[in-house]
Ligand binder design. Sequence first.
Ligand code: 13P
Length: 255
Amino acid sequence: MDKTKRKAVIAGNWKMNKTPSEAKELLTAIVPAVKDADCEVIACVPYVDLSVAIETTKGTNVKIGAENCHWAEKGAFTGEISTGMLKEMGVEYVVLGHSERRQYFGETDETVNKRTKAALAAGLKPIVCVGELLWERECDITEEVIARQIKLDLFDVTEEEVLNTIIAYEPVWAIGTGKTATAEQAEEVCGFIRSTLAKLYSQDVADAVTIQYGGSMNDCNADELLSKKDVDGGLIGGASLVAEKFAAIVKAASK
Ligand code: 13P
């Protein structure tokens, strides 16, 4: 496995934080702080912040992502947002299958798969999140859970499409809890995801897919987590809301 084949990707997932004016303020601080990054830098922001986020980052190395999308092109789906709507705005990435969507909004692997295929068909790059619950880790079924999610979420996703997909390993017990997975735990599961991709596609494809770790990653632990060979980047929640912390993580990924 060769880390040099992959580009590190640091993405902020702002979740339900920041109004449009606050988004502008935060991105205005982030842009100069990450301008020399030697990794991909993405901010995934609430739908209502997308417009100002795209305007504020125009011509910079910061790319903008959404936090979800629907699979239908249009129709009677009150409150939903289509891939075409995101594309037309200039959105490039979309977080899909986040554990908060699965836990609180009833999303399943089936709908994550539909969203993933729709996003790819529209030319958006999905960041597909997978991860086990604490209970599942304690029962020693982490690998079964992850393999099932990867197989179902990527069902019918072609080799060419998976190369435009980022996988984020986010152990649910580490999200927003301050409990980071150890670098060894992160590496173990990111490596397992890569070997699952190798079985589903090929080793070459698996070696080219970016696999991020997410879950209480911050400016203090990023260096160690990102030093692992199968951890190609991070999906950052809380620390992405503070420009200096986010920039420090980007710096760690640029080494
Ligand atoms: P925290 O970094 O706040 O733990 O959130 C991680 C996450 O869920 C990113 O998608």
